[in-house]
Design a protein around this ligand. Structure first.
Ligand code: NAP
Length: 249
């Protein structure tokens, strides 16, 4: 791994994105991580990476805001050649039936989870594509097992946003397969992060973990490892894949 290769990790300040940032830094990438509000958490990840001799930068950038996304990629350009994008930033919302969902809720969900991932993928492809003078690269998107479970009575909007991520993964992978870019997704099951509390269910991991076929929730590190593999040369012939990381769920 070339030390000047850059990985952008959106939402790299907490949860899965944090674990991905730390692992990719260990693998030699310079990390450009984004966050939207928790600057202290973002700085803590940067500090942890630089303390080990790695290179990292945190940028406040809302994935749902085009100008912010462009600024994020421009900041990453200063670190070196963009080799990897982990489209990780994502949100859930409070438990709700579809019949009670407001347009504002749906727009926020789709703007952050879907439009944000598209905008970041667009900026990455513009830099990575061999047809555009780039040297290739790899994109990993964060889907969810919710895309196939549907999230009834809970968050069908979130599940649908992850269904869109699956289609983005398949379509973009085929679109840029001849341009030196691989595009894959991981679909985590129930992973112990703060996202569940942000959806009003702080006890979700304890409640649902035992019902997972493997009998427990997963850790952020257990999602970061397959992401790092998909980014690596060991996955050189894998594109358009959606890898379940859900303990059998
Ligand atoms: P998390 O712990 O809630 O962390 C979310 C991260 O995304 C934080 O760094 C947050 O930044 C950032 N973020 C939120 N909105 C953003 C925005 N608009 N622009 C930029 N960054 C934003 O979430 P997580 O559990 O690690 O989830 C990461 C990804 O995995 C998401 O796409 C999620 O849907 C997916 N996933 C998670 C699970 C699970 O069980 N945890 C399961 C399936 C899929 P701040 O720190 O500034 O708030």
């Amino acid at each position: 791994m070339n030390g000047s290769s850059v990985a952008i990790v959106t939402g790299g300040s907490r949860g899965i994105g944090r674990a991905v940032s730390l692992l990719l830094a260990e693998r030699g990438y310079a990390i450009c991580l984004s966050y939207v509000s928790d600057s202290a958490a973002a700085q803590a990840v940067v500090d942890a990476i630089t303390a080990k001799g790695g290179k990292a930068l945190a940028v406040r950038s809302d994935v749902g805001d085009e100008a912010d996304v462009i600024a994020l990629f421009q900041a990453a350009d200063k670190l070196g050649r963009l080799a990897a994008l982990v489209n990780n930033a994502g949100v859930v919302d409070l438990k709700s039936d579809v019949a009670d969902m407001s347009a504002a809720r749906l727009q926020r969900m789709m703007n952050t989870n879907v439009v944000g991932s598209f905008l970041c993928a667009r900026e990455a492809v513009r830099r990575m594509s061999t047809k555009r003078g780039g040297a290739g690269g790899v994109i990993v998107n964060l889907s969810s097992v919710a895309a196939r479970l549907g999230g009834p009575g809970q968050f069908v909007d979130y599940a649908a946003s992850k269904g869109a991520i699956d289609s983005l993964t398949i379509g973009l992978a085929r679109e840029v397969a001849g341009e030196g870019i691989r595009v894959n997704a991981v679909a985590p099951g129930i992973i112990a992060t703060e996202i569940h509390a942000s959806g009003g269910e702080p006890d979700r991991v304890e409640r649902l973990g035992p019902g997972v076929p493997m009998g427990r929730a997963g850790t952020a590190e257990e999602v970061a490892a397959p992401i790092a593999w998909l980014l690596s040369e060991e996955a050189s012939y894998t594109t358009g894949a959606i890898l379940d990381v859900g303990g059998g769920r």
